[in-house]
Structures are given as structure tokens and as C-alpha cells.
Design a protein around this ligand. Structure first.
Ligand SMILES: Cc1ncc(COP(=O)(O)O)c(C=O)c1O
Length: 315
């Protein structure tokens, strides 16, 4: 498989451990992969993607790194933290959608001194044009990262994560991850086919985009980039978006509270809570056989949790 240059930003391998109380509750052997503990800011899945993307930005001699997302984007906050560490200037062109006050990730963006520009549109083409205008006005060479870092190069970070899991020698029957822009799911499902073929991967959708087209397309692009001829697997996607993207759901809130009360681990209401709610739903429906070994991928997101009001989070 083709190798690409990376910059070291995270502390890998991230820990992976059993969840004894929830295992007992659910009659499974439940494990968690702690990409929330990857060592940059509040951690999260974006760092594996950024190790590839920012290596490319540096190789291209870019001084400015631009990305986008919703106002409380974990991806944007982590892009700013990683770009600053590498001596590049972050510019976050964020959608006005969601909580724009200086709480949660916005608080961290402010503390980092990252420039935030709000745009009143959901149209990515318009957002990328705004990025081009900013870079042109300032005469800077800019590297543009798509929403969520979800292109083929970013998704390759999660192919690496699956290899990292395979290297532990622990065999899993199932793995469950969140799907918000598609890159993590594409990387995990493709990487699963490459490194953990006995593990069934379920991706839990937390947004309403057409992931049944997006994830297979990203897997094809990632496989082409990596020059692997592994057959593209079918994506198993389940919908736990509930009332809308980034709006807490009763099922997600129950999952956040359960993980905290039973295992002392913090999930968030936008991504990992809904993803864990998907795992709980499948466990309760009998999708997993008793005693099967199931891995939950913790993709971070704590920053966003602290932009929520308490009454929206109580189960
Ligand atoms: C905490 C967290 N988990 C999961 C995801 C979903 O990952 P992806 O965008 O690769 O689908 C995101 C995306 O922003 C995230 O911030």
C-alpha cells in the first residue's frame, strides 16, 4: 500500500481497554478505543486526519490553514490547535448554524487566538470561495481542509487506526463509530477490510447527509489513493441523528449519562453520545450475540458538550 508523509501530532497508539460495568450490563465484552485521549487539546478523531493533511500543507509551503464546519466544530478547533503547533496560521470559516457564543470550542478558539470568520450560508462552494478571497486579500498561500477533514487523505488516518487496533492482537466481532462527515466511517470500514476482516463495522449517522453515497465514494477514493485493491466493503450505516445535527436527542443523552455513570468516561451529545446510543440500540435489539467482543470508538468531542445547556442534556 502506498505510504504518505505524516506529521506527528497525536500520542499513538491511543489506549484501548475493557468497559467492565457496561459489559456486565449488556452481556457483551465491551471495549473502548480512546481517540479522545490522543493528546492534542481535548483530543478526538480529527488529529489522525490532520497528521496527513497538515503534512501535505507543510510540503506545499502553506503559511495559512483554512477549514470550515458548524460554529462549535471540534474539527475546526483541533485544526487550529494543530496548525498553531506547526507554526501555520489557522483561519476558521464557520457556519453561523449552532451555538456561536464564546463557550465550548469557541472558548478554546478564542484562547488560541484563532481567527474565526462566520458565514451565513450552508453552501460549501460559497465557503471555499470566501476562503480564496481571504487568502488572496492577504497574499498568503493557504491550504484548504474540507469540512471534517473528510477527504481521501484524511480518511487514510482511520485506515491507520484499524491497523493500530489489529496490531494489539485483540480480535473484535464488532466495532461501532460515529459518522458526521463520513471520513472516519470510510477509513474504519475500508481499514477494517484491510486489517481486521473478521470485525463488522457499524457507522452511526449523526447528520442527515446522504452517507449511503458519501461513505462508499470516500472509500473508493481512499482505496485509490492508497493503491489497495481490497474489494470495497458494504457500509453498514444506522441513523441516530434524532431531532437534527448537533441537537441533543433523548437516546444520545441517555448514552452520555450511562457512560459517565457506569464507566466515568465523558461522551458528547452531538457525536459520541449518539454513536454510543446506536451501539446500545443494537445491543438491546440482539444484533450482537451474548458475550461477543464489541469495540466502541471514542472520537472525542468534549468541547462541544460544554456549549450545551444542562436541561437539554438530562436524560
Ligand atoms: C467528536 C467527533 N466524533 C465524530 C465525528 C465524526 O467524524 P467524521 O466527520 O469523520 O464523520 C466528529 C466530526 O466532526 C467529531 O467531532
Amino acid at each position: 500500500m502506498k505510504q504518505f508523509e505524516k506529521v506527528q501530532l497525536g500520542l499513538y497508539p491511543t489506549p484501548m481497554h475493557r468497559l467492565p460495568n457496561l459489559s456486565r450490563d449488556l452481556g457483551l465484552e465491551l471495549w473502548i478505543k480512546r481517540d479522545d485521549l490522543c493528546g492534542v487539546a481535548l483530543g478526538g478523531n480529527k488529529v489522525r486526519k490532520l497528521e496527513y493533511l497538515l503534512a501535505q500543507a507543510r510540503a506545499q509551503g502553506c503559511e495559512m490553514v483554512m477549514t470550515t464546519g458548524q460554529a462549535q466544530s471540534n474539527h475546526a478547533m483541533l485544526t487550529a490547535a494543530c496548525a498553531l503547533r506547526l507554526g501555520m496560521e489557522p483561519v476558521l470559516v464557520l457556519k453561523k448554524r449552532g451555538v456561536t457564543q464564546c463557550v465550548g470550542n469557541q472558548l478554546l478558539n478564542r484562547l488560541m487566538g484563532a481567527r474565526v470568520v462566520y458565514v451565513d450560508t450552508d453552501d460549501y462552494q460559497e465557503i471555499y470561495r470566501e476562503m480564496d478571497r481571504i487568502a488572496a486579500r492577504e497574499g498568503k498561500k493557504a491550504y484548504k481542509i474540507p469540512c471534517g477533514g473528510s477527504n481521501a487523505l484524511g480518511a487514510a488516518g482511520y485506515v491507520d487506526c484499524m491497523r493500530e487496533i489489529a496490531q494489539t492482537g485483540v480480535k473484535f466481532d464488532h466495532m461501532v463509530c460515529a459518522c458526521g462527515s463520513g471520513g472516519t466511517a470510510a477509513g474504519c470500514i475500508l481499514g477494517g477490510a484491510i486489517a481486521l476482516p473478521e470485525t463488522h463495522v457499524t457507522a452511526v449517522m449523526v447528520d442527515t447527509d446522504p452517507f449511503d453515497r458519501i461513505v462508499p465514494q470516500l472509500m473508493r477514493e481512499t482505496a485509490a489513493l492508497l493503491e489497495t485493491d481490497v474489494p470495497i466493503p458494504k457500509a453498514d450505516l444506522i441513523d441516530m441523528c434524532g431531532p437534527g445535527y448537533s441537537i441533543p436527542s433523548p437516546e444520545g443523552n441517555e448514552a452520555v449519562a450511562l457512560m459517565l455513570r457506569r464507566e466515568g468516561i465523558v461522551l458528547d451529545s452531538c457525536y459520541t453520545g449518539k454513536a454510543f446510543a446506536g451501539l446500545l440500540k443494537r445491543a438491546r435489539e440482539g444484533f450482537f450475540r451474548p458475550g461477543q467482543r464489541v469495540l466502541f470508538l471514542h472520537t472525542g468531542g468534549a468541547g462541544g458538550l460544554f456549549s450545551q445547556q444542562i436541561d437539554c442534556l438530562l436524560p
